[in-house]
Design a protein around this ligand. Structure first.
Ligand SMILES: [Zn+2]
Length: 419
């Protein structure tokens, strides 16, 4: 089967989608043909005896090796080689796996395979001199782009609709993260709206291991269709761009906490629930339970970490350009967040609470532009990365090819693109 290496490379992708047409007829065959597991193939080849041990809590390398009948000398030598050649000095419970291979049933162990991830194997073999050789191998990833689409039904949340469409939870979280730059899930989601996601699935030896990255997402939001594509620029950096090639990742997030319901909108004029009289609501309130981490809406520097009667515990961040954000009613601040601390976008700065003038646990979030409070849901936000002329041209070609590929997948939901 023909394999194209890199989806981000435009030239390859053009080939990919041509391959896709051929694949339409081949994939069914391919899926059946790879049913044979590597274990079966190996067993057929050799008489050797193999046992697999999943590292459990309390296990140490020496304990596991001694249990397999290895000598103390072997144990020391193996520990030394593992550290020197594979940078492995401890085993992780419930994550690392060991394979012990013997030439036959009651022979001593001749080979040990340490498997720290589905994508890496470290093979230790006992040579004729009785010393242990160590070899690290990267497992080749077979990446497939799969397409899922769905529709919002009456009374649905995007999360429910996404689950119904078969989008894995981890991918849904990433999609939320992306869409939150452009959408307000409270206001922009209605029954009848369609959405789609193209994402990577990683396979090894025909078996699915995990999911990869989101490659494209589209959502028919109320304020217009939101589309984002992952693209690698000529300088090697990757980012998400809208269909015209404008940076989709904004310097600030409109909704810092994913999937939090808006309980009070920005308004120049509202009756305050605690104070009783009418005054402006200078931010947006998001409902969330006490203790929910509050991520910084954008990268910046903390300029206030304090308490006042109205805001309770609050943090204020100055971002690039003319923007500041404020987060109020926190139950507590995150460790290490002080005035002067530099924070990344998404870094936890505190936890939801109900301190100050507040009727219940929620996040009160403000965006201040050039000293003036603006509506976080509608303010025009600068993009973090934009494309130069040459990259933009490449992006548009790439995007058109990808759109064409997704059209094919829409018609054939069980198909995938071999990357
Ligand atoms: Zn508020």
């Amino acid at each position: 089967m023909k394999k194209a290496k890199n989806i981000i490379n435009t030239a390859n992708l053009t080939r990919l989608v041509m391959v896709l047409a051929v694949l339409l007829s081949l994939v069914a065959v391919f899926l059946v043909a790879t049913k044979r597991t590597p274990g079966q193939m190996r067993a057929a080849r050799l008489n050797e005896c193999k046992s697999v041990v999943m590292v459990a809590s309390g296990d140490t390398l020496s304990k596991l090796l001694l249990e397999q009948g290895l000598t103390h000398n072997d144990v020391n030598e193996i520990a030394r080689v593992l550290k020197a050649d594979a940078e492995i000095s401890t085993l992780r419970a419930d994550r690392d796996k060991l394979e012990f291979v013997r030439p036959h049933d009651d022979a001593p162990v001749s080979k040990i395979v340490v498997i720290p991830s589905p994508w890496r194997q470290v093979e230790l073999t006992c040579n004729d001199a009785g010393a242990w050789d160590c070899k690290t191998m990267d497992i080749e990833r077979d990446i497939r782009a799969v397409y899922k689409s769905g529709e919002i039904l009456d009374g649905d949340s995007f999360y429910l609709a996404g689950q119904r469409a078969g989008i894995p939870a981890g991918i849904l979280v990433d999609v939320y993260d992306l869409l939150a730059f452009e959408m307000d899930f409270e206001r922009d989601v209605r029954a009848g709206q369609k959405f789609s996601v193209l994402y990577e699935e990683n396979f090894s030896n025909g078996q699915k291991i995990d999911n990869g990255r989101v490659l494209a997402v589209s959502f028919e939001a109320l304020r217009g269709n939101v589309k984002m594509y992952r693209f690698r620029k000529s300088d090697g950096t990757t980012g998400y761009y809208d269909e015209n090639g404008n940076g989709a990742i904004k310097s600030l997030k409109r909704t810092p906490i994913n999937n939090a319901k808006i309980t009070s909108k920005f308004s120049r004029n509202r009756k305050h629930p605690v104070l009783g009289y009418t005054r402006a609501h200078k931010g947006v309130d998001f409902r969330a339970s006490t203790g929910t981490p509050i991520p910084a809406a954008g990268a910046g520097r903390v300029i206030a970490r304090s308490y006042n009667r109205g805001h309770g515990n609050f943090v204020k961040i100055r971002h690039n350009g003319s923007f500041e954000t404020l987060y109020a009613h926190m139950s507590k601040f995150a460790k290490g967040v002080n005035v002067g601390t530099t924070v990344r976008q998404g870094q936890t700065i505190g936890y939801v609470g109900s301190t100050g003038y507040s009727t219940g646990p929620h996040l009160h979030y403000e965006i201040i532009k050039d000293g003036v409070h603006v509506n976080p849901m509608t303010v025009k936000l600068p993009a973090i990365s934009n494309l130069g002329t040459a990259d933009k041209k490449k992006f548009i070609e790439y995007r058109e090819t990808l759109d064409e590929g997704m059209k094919q997948l829409e018609k054939n939901p069980n198909m995938y693109i071999q990357l």
